[in-house]
Every structure is written in C-alpha cells, then in structure tokens.
Design a protein around this ligand. Sequence first.
Ligand code: ASP
Length: 582
Amino acid sequence: MRDKHCGLVSGDDIGKVINLAGWVFRRRDHGGLIFIDLRDITGIVQVVFSPDISQGAHERAGDIKQEYVLKITGKVEKRPPETENPNIPTGTVEVLVSSFEILNTSKPLPFQLDEEEPNESLRLKYRYLDLRRPEIQKIFLARHKAYRTTRDYLVNNGFYEIETPFLTKSTPEGARDFIVPSRLNPGMFYALPQSPQLFKQILMIGGFDRYFQIVRCFRDEDLRADRQPEFTQIDIEMSFVDVDDVLAISEGLIMSLYKELKGVPADFQIPRMKYADAMELYGTDKPDLRFGLPLTDITGIFQETEFGVFRKTIEQGGIIKGLVLKGKTLSRKDLDTAVDTAKAMGAGGLIWIRKENDILQSPIVKFLKDEEKSSLSGTFDLSNGDVLFIVADSKDKANDVMGRFRLYLGERFDLIEKGVDRFLWVIDFPLLEYSEEEKRFVARHHPFTSPKESIRNFNGDYESIIARAYDLVLNGVEIGGGSIRNYRMDEQMEMFRLLNIKEEDAVEKFGFLLEALEMGAPPHGGIAFGFDRILMMFLGLESIRDVIPFPKTQKGTCLMTGAPSNIGQKQLNELRIKTVVK
Ligand code: ASP
C-alpha cells in the first residue's frame, strides 16, 4: 500500500512521487491550502492538499478529520525555507498530494492524542488510542529494544532461552497465587507461577548449564504504585557458579540495558554492601545512595543515662539511633512536622536536638548529662544550625523508622542528587526472618537459598545465619534479587527442618525437586530482574503502568476488556464450581 513510512521521508525523496499511509494527526487550513501531519509508528510527515496540484483531492480533503486513516499519493518537495520545521526529522520536506483514499474514518476521540496529560482511566479504557501517542510509542519501542539487548547479551554469554509452564503448581515465593481451575480434574487447581523458580533449578539439573527467560510472573498481591498482578522478569539460572559469577553476569546485563535505554556509556563497577551494614547505616536493605545522611548507633553514649526514655529502651534491649541534618535552616514548624512524620511512620516518638549559639537545645536536654551532650556534639560534629534527630526503640523498629525518616528528609530538604543513578549490590542477607503471622522463621528469600555456613550454627537470632543471597538496588529501589541454591538433598532437608516444614509437606509440595536433587544436581544459582521496573527507572517514568502495554488498575481490573468478569453458568458447571458471591 505504501512505498515508505511517514517518518522516513527525507531529502533523498525530493522529486519522487510516493505512496504513504497513516493517521491524520493534526490538520491545518491555511489560505486555500490544507496541511495534514500524517503519522505512523516512525513519525510524522507534512502532506499538503493544494487546488493547484489537484482540484478534486483538495475539495475532498475538506472531509478529512482527525485520526482518519489515509492512503495518499504525492510528490515530495523541499519546503520553502521559512516553513521548515527543525523539530521533526522530516521537517525539510512535504508531500504535495495528487490523489488520496480514506481507508477508514474515526469518530471524535474521547481525548486528544496531543493533550498534555489525558485522564488515566480514559487512556486505559481506550488503550489503542493512547498507544497511538508518539510519546507512548517511544516507550514500547524502547521496551522492544530492551528485549533484544537482553537476549543478545545473554545468548552471547552462553545462555539458552527456555520456556517454563504457566499452568503449574504453586511456587513458594511468599505471595498469594492466582488460581486456575482444572476442568479435566474437577476440584483441582493450577497456580500461575509467581516465578519459574523450581523449573529453572530443574533445568540446571537437566544439564542446560545457563538458562534465561523473559517471563511473565503472577502474584495476587494488593497493588501499590510500582506493582502489577502480572509483571515481567528477566529470569536467570547458572550451573557451577558462586555469588561472584552471578553478580558479574548481572552487571554486564544491567550495563548493556543502561547503555541501550539511556544512550550513555555504562562502564561502572557496582559497589557491594553487606545487609548488616545497610541496616546499620541506612536502616533498610535497599539504601538510596544518592544522598548521605547515614544513621549512627548512639546507644553506647547513654549506657548510664538518667533520661527515662533512653534508659527504658536500653533495659529492654533496644537501640538509640541518630542522624544529623546539616546546613539547613529548620523552623519550629519544620521540627513539629518532622516529629509527626516519624510518628506516622510508626515511631513511638522522635527527639530533635538543635545546636544554637553553641548550646544544644531540645525539650529533652534538661535530662541529659554534660558528658552525654558533649559526646553527641563530638559524634555528630555538630555546628550551629545542625539538627540531630533521634529514635529509641527495638533494633528493627528503630532502623525501619529511621530508614524511612532519612528518605523523608532527603526529599523534603532536597538532598537527593539529581540526574544520577546509584546502583548497589546488597549481599550477605540473613537466611531467615521471623514471621509474626506464622509465628515461625521463614526463608527471607525463598527456602531453596543456600546458607553461607552451616545452618547448625543457628542460635535463635535470625541474623545469625547469612545466606548466599543478593539484591540489586537502584536509587533505593530493588530491581533484582537471587541466590545460590541448596543443591544437595541433605542441605535442602535441613533447611526445611529449620523452617519447621514437615518432611511430608515438603515432599507433597516440591517432591519432584527433592528427588531431582538426589540424582546428580550440580551446584547452581541465579537471579531475577524486574524488567518493568528497570524500564520504568531507566526511562525516568513514574509508574510501572507506563511501561506495560496493557496494565491493570490498582484494583486489578483491565479497563479496556473489562477483566475480571463473570463467567457463564455453563462454564461454571463444566468446572464444577459454585460461586457464593454474585
Ligand atoms: N525467583 C526469585 C524471585 O522471583 C529470584 C531468584 O531467586 O532467582 O524473586
């Protein structure tokens, strides 16, 4: 139907008669001439209807409206210099239409494609219109390139792309499964995979050495801004490797993607930080390193304190943590807001101490001894104007609150370095964490993660066993994570015992893996990256919905198709399912 794409018409075509096809993006009538920006996936080109070229075409062009689909025939001409448009690649030429065909018409649109920010519900309902917008197309062309970069990089490094099933048994990643009823096995259900975890391990046992997949994962979680019920991972597993091997391959992949999507060379070494240090310094396992403001444990200063709040915390085995904000002028209102913010984050209280005229000022200074005050001054190198914030609580709570409070200060006082990306490997995670809900230790990553040392050393403190697990963090957001796995049956069973998972339960859930581990399983490990999240961050977008072609709303619905929906009684009968909610 066409000789070229619209956005590819160039100076080389001047003088040629060509056929083009596309959508009417904008239309302007000027002194007897009608100008149309004809658009397709490659961009726009100006086409001109002039009575001097074709009286008939010019007359019929009066009917053309926005988003009509046209096929035109015309001669490419150089634009008069004063009408050139340097903002578009085709800006030096135009096509003078000799004949055209309206291939399809369009009703008036629910929103304008060149609107600044169309309403998101409308965009999702009429996603096909939204997808026509050049800035949205740019995102999915970038996504397309990212798939290719991923494949090229991994294939060049000896990886094989292999698919794993969607209709499967629940995999234990800790979130809720999406369930699919089995018609052939009434009363039985498949689960959609939260990740291909067990399959990728089985592929290593199957001898494939290096596997990858760009794969959809499904987790039935409550949705937050950066979550979607179905999302895409770059899933990787490797045989005969240890932590450094997985991190090296991952760094190469991330650098290739960074270069492709950001267009700037990426030749950086990603620093590593132990989980324990990340918690100590930043109160979180995903520190944002675009600004400083580290936390300091000041429990030691208050061993003999007479200040009740601190004394009680120390007696109960808690800690006291502080951070200092320097070089900012804080009003009394700023301080009150800071206290309220920390409380909203779950702090029992937040103490502030300000140095002014060389003395420490705070509602609590009267309870502090001179040596405590001078220790504080010395530890934080306090100058006039500096404000020290302190939280006293259990270790986990104090870290959590101070970690989040640090982020608040970073944003509120504009401390975050702009336009930079700070990657970080967080390594040496604890193998376990305590689940209040289940009243037992659970695997922090997943139960197939191998410990760095024998789990017999476990002393009841969840931090006492380190796992060979790692996360990749970018600007305070986790973008990937994985581990080296248990590859011997005895190690895996020991882990299940530690987690209080009964042997028969383990066998019922993952018997196939356990059996496979006993038939020559090689040492192996891997990682998975959040593909959508990486795109969102590398492209500088706000929401994960922006990088997913057909995303769901916060309530898990698709506004275009209307999913989820009721199904007919016949289908329910076939599945032998009775619904309680109508
Ligand atoms: N399956 C894990 C996840 O989805 C990643 C891994 O351990 O490789 O988080």
